[in-house]
Design a binder for this molecule. Structure first.
Ligand code: MTE
Ligand code: LUZ
Ligand code: MOS
Length: 750
């Protein structure tokens, strides 16, 4: 089954925010962002902008009827800066005009007078100043200080990883208009419609039931619209509230890149201790998360870094601390992996350094330390259904790891100006929101009189295929043709109090809620069928739109059954509510059982480096991945490919550069390079591990959205190995992304 929306996507018929037909009298917004990263605002002059013909009104913090506050986790973020600005691009005002161009032109005429304050962009400097978004947290297992004595080898190093721009195809935007009875309706390109609803109500001083948020689909989110879609939606609602007219705001790409937060850069120090036979006895790390100017999702992201700081390994003595540092950058935010890639890069760097010093392949250390069933994670959860060893071994065998090594050595010996390198990348990713409360969802199912089915859930379709999977689930429970099933828009009036579609658990949570609703309807319909056919409800089953009695087909079809049920006044609507069982976490002890299950896999990455130019090709990414019992192998393959490419981009080419003034330099696609078709691996293969899948994954089909991102990190180490093969004087450093400039420097470093 392909993605059910593909046909409409390629015909341009799928409706995104900018495709919604605009209402008569619609106005358009443009956001004025601060030109100073940290400053005291002493004057705001709107006169010139107001004088532009077609400008309707300019909104600032003075126009907010409720609270000037949009922080999702911590109340530390104003909608509009009022007396101080804390990052370059921070919204100060919204200009509303009769068309987009006028609004933008007028925004450029607003004069902000300000006095500069000290600008911090480096998390280590923020740490010295004790500029923290929240207090630091530490996860511990075993007795780290005693463990060093048991180590044969101890190595220390530091690791940096850079930011990453989401570059969703559809930029941030929203369309709001006055609704009946003083309410406001908002179409928002958001992963979190409830967050938009809740924060809009807070800013406008209204109640949540007065705000309706509707989302058809997103042109990509990748985490960038989990929290940061909110501010822009609230701006349109604020304008619609005051002007009683529809107001639309779609960020130009340039504004989007400059104003919104990115993946958090991290700077870390580590110490790793190994036994003679390469068992990791102890691992200690201190990580500085560059949070940007306000908390946004940083506290949750920091938490996931801690959860994943030992990746797929069992390390009996671990101590990892993360400092969430406040800097004068746009608030950094969720991005596929949510802090896990940053943590995983540190432990993989520690292993790479140890391997280099011991002159052995890193994969020997990796393999020696892979998690076993019943091993304890540093957060207290016991590994269950862990098949990382199977993934690792199967990848080694099926992709003939040993032959590959020989081929690479032969190639390197016979190529004057090119070197190949290889790395293995095991991955372990926990599925569930780490905040237990968020692991809940609801699904509303209507069966119409003609037998067609309408489904509303809290899940947002952002390209990951959740709509198709949900339709498959409903079609499977009722055993009807999938063409009978329609996914409605995600709407806060139909399904309330939703968690954002994130943490890779959108399909699990909403799918399980859907199963509960469908099962309830099914039970009701079976009663109707049993009355018609004269048997017990337990003896009724549905097969391909035919009603079966005691395993034999009856004359009754799905469509007739629905009609009968309606005539008998049986409810054909149901809402299902799901909460992930058995999960909990205690933040005082930092122990618990936070994840429903883990996703495992292993990738083998090979690259060829051009030793004259410093450029490289990613030759192969060969994966064995545990999908469980995949609901949709086609969609899951797409998620693997997309995730791998995004991970490769972060590790090897996407370089976000801010100057010391806190101004983003790589703010266009000519200076910020993302992987294109030419930088994709020549060979990308993924073999599913043969497993049955865990009970807590929806229909035993494991979540797949984020985990494949981590495979891409292997490219960093593969390139590093190629450089080593060329330049014996190279000492590995750990500073991601490994751009061609860095490769060139490293090829000739002494
Ligand atoms: N795939 C596409 N095409 N577009 C996206 O925006 N987001 C990723 C992943 N795959 C994304 C995507 C992220 S960050 C997450 S958390 C999951 O999809 C969310 O969807 P799921 O929970 O249904 O897997
Ligand atoms: N968002 C969130 C996430 O709020 N909590 C999480 O644990 C999470 N994990 C991954 C991505 N987004
Ligand atoms: Mo994904 S980072 O959980 O939106």
């Amino acid at each position: 089954m392909n993605n059910m929306e593909s046909a409409n996507h390629v015909r341009g018929r799928s409706v995104y925010l900018d495709d919604i037909p605009v209402l008569h009298n619609t106005l358009y917004g443009a956001v004025l962002g601060s030109k100073a990263a940290h400053a005291k605002i002493t004057g705001v002059h709107l006169e010139d902008a107001m004088a532009v013909k077609g400008v309707e009104r300019i909104f600032t913090s003075a126009d907010i009827p409720g609270q000037n506050e949009i922080g999702g986790i911590i109340a530390d973020e104003p909608l509009f800066a009022s007396d101080e600005t804390h990052y370059y691009g921070q919204p100060i005002a919204l200009v509303v005009a009769r068309d987009e161009l006028t609004a933008r032109r007028a925004a450029g005429l607003i004069k902000i007078i300000s006095e500069p304050l000290e600008i911090i962009t480096d998390p280590r400097i923020a740490r010295e100043r004790e500029e923290f978004l929240i207090p630091p947290r530490t996860f511990r297992l075993g007795e780290i200080e005693e463990a060093w004595d048991q180590c044969e080898y101890i190595f220390e190093g530091s690791v940096d990883s850079g930011a990453q721009e989401h570059l969703y195809i559809e930029t941030q935007g929203a369309y709001a208009y006055p609704a009946d009875n003083g309410g406001i309706k908002i179409h928002s390109s958001t992963q979190g419609p409830t967050a938009v609803q809740r924060i809009t109500a807070q800013v406008l001083g209204m109640t949540m039931n007065q705000i309706e948020v509707d989302v058809a689909r997103l042109g990509g989110g990748f985490g960038g619209k989990e929290d940061q879609a909110t501010g822009f939606a609230v701006m349109t609602a604020l304008a619609a509230y005051h002007l009683h007219r529809p107001v639309k705001l779609v960020l130009p790409r340039h504004d989007d890149i400059r104003m919104t937060g990115k993946r958090h850069p991290y700077s870390s120090d580590f110490r790793i201790g190994l036994s003679k036979d390469y068992r990791i006895i102890a691992f200690k790390a201190t990580m500085y998360q560059n949070g940007g100017a306000s908390a946004d999702l940083s506290p949750a992201i920091m938490e996931r870094t801690l959860f994943h700081s030992t990746n797929a390994y069992f390390i009996p003595n671990t101590e990892v601390t993360v400092y969430s540092c406040r800097t004068n950058l746009p608030p950094n935010t969720a991005f596929r992996g949510f802090g896990a890639p940053q943590g995983i890069f540190v432990i993989e760097s520690a292993i790479a350094l140890a391997a280099y010093k011991l002159n052995i392949p890193a994969r020997l250390i990796q393999k020696t330390n892979l998690l076993k069933e019943k091993d304890l994670f540093q957060y207290g959860q016991v590994a269950s259904g862990s098949n990382i060893k199977e993934c690792f071994n199967e990848a080694s065998e099926k992709f003939q790891l040993n032959n590959k090594e020989k081929e690479i050595n032969d190639f390197n010996a016979s190529s004057p100006n090119a070197r190949r390198g290889m790395a293995v990348m095991p991955v372990c990713f926990g599925i569930s929101f780490t905040n237990t409360t968020m692991n809940q969802a609801r699904a509303l199912v209507h069966i119409y009189q003609d037998g067609s089915i309408g489904i509303s859930t809290g899940a947002i379709e952002m390209g990951q295929g959740v709509n198709t999977k949900l339709a498959q689930i409903a079609a499977a429970v009722f055993s009807v043709n999938i063409n009978r099933v329609k996914l409605e828009t995600t709407n806060t009036s139909r399904v309330a109090n939703t968690s954002p579609t994130a943490a890779s658990s959108g399909t699990d949570l909403n799918g399980n809620a859907l199963i509960i609703a469908c099962n309830a309807l099914s039970a009701r319909l079976k009663k109707v069928a049993s009355a018609i056919t004269g048997c017990n409800a337990e003896d009724i089953s549905f097969h391909n739109e035919i009603i079966f009695k005691e395993s034999t087909p009856t004359e009754l079809t799905w469509q007739e059954l629905i009609k009968e049920a309606f005539l008998k006044r049986v409810s054909l609507s149901e809402i299902g509510h799901y909460t992930t069982p058995k999960i909990f976490f205690d933040k005082t002890s930092e122990k618990g059982n936070p994840f429903a299950y883990h996703v495992y896999g292993t990738a083998i990455i090979t690259v060829t480096v051009d030793c004259i130019r410093g450029t490289y090709d990613i030759d192969e990414v060969l994966i064995v991945h545990d999908f469980g019992n995949s609901l949709n192998p086609v969609i899951d393959k797409g998620q693997i490919e997309g995730g791998v490419l995004q991970g490769l981009g972060w590790s090897t080419m996407e370089e976000i550069v801010f100057n010391s003034e806190g101004r983003l330099l790589s703010d266009t696609l000519s200076t910020y390079k993302v992987p294109d078709i030419y930088s994709a691996p020549s060979r990308l293969e993924c073999i599913p591990l043969e497993t049955t899948g865990p009970e807590l994954a929806v229909m035993k089909s494991k979540a797949v959205g984020e985990p494949p991102f981590m495979y891409g990190i292997g490219a960093y180490f593969a390139i590093q190995n190629a450089i080593k093969a060329f330049n014996p004087g190279y000492t590995p450093d750990f500073n991601l992304p490994m751009t061609p400039e860095k490769v060139l420097r490293n090829l000739y470093s002494k």
